[in-house]
Design a protein. Sequence first.
Length: 281
Amino acid sequence: MPEAQPSVPRTSPRNYEVLDASDDPIIPLLVHVPHSSIVLPPAVRQSLLLNDIDLERELLRMTDWYTDQLFDPVLELGGMLFVNRLSRLVVNPERFPNDAEEVMARHGRGMGAVYTKTSDGRALRHDGVGANRQDLLSRYFDPYAEAMADQVSRMVDRIGHCLILDGHSFPSNPLPYELDQTSDRLHICLGTDSFHTALNLVEAIEELCARERVTIARNRPFSGTYVPLRFFESDRRVAGLMIEIRRDLYMDETTGQPSGGFRPPQCLISRIMKLAASFCS
């Protein structure tokens, strides 16, 4: 195992940050953290219909709090961390840019790449966002997607393949917008893709969690995993797996503050990533 090094910001424009622990990744493991930020550029804030109190509540519900910290042990393993430094209320970089292809837009949830509704179905933006939608995609979504794809290409070119771990969290009780309203929520959710996810890795993680007495489910309450469109369903050298952890295991969901139990979930995720790294050799 390589000795831990201080993280080096390889790229850090305003809307995302790429970190690795050395000049080049040692293993082809890239952790993507898209929803940990609450930052809204002033112009975007002004375009939202919520008052300050309602916006604070929406950010509390919709942010994957502290996932950038929960998943940063990937740097000690010699991998890379790609973190969105803007809120998903700016754009959601994991959605399909075309709403006709995005299930969270087609089902009336108003949560495509540019959200028009809140977690409880209220208007977030005017429905006819029109040119503003295209401006948000051009300004934030497209450069982000290109940068993420470039980092994956870099790993594939240097090492021959890349495993993307998609780092998320989910609330202990379903929010109104969620397609899965089942109240019985396990500790960990693994999101898979039929083309990009290796089932032997999924099974190995499930076995690890069973030994740790951690409950785990596949594609429940959320399914799928992020793979840049440049490689999606076309390049098997790029693998993907989503890892979601239930928020009440590490934070107070009513305040957004980390709890005294933060360290054990971080250690669990570290062990999961270490296991995933062994599949990258």
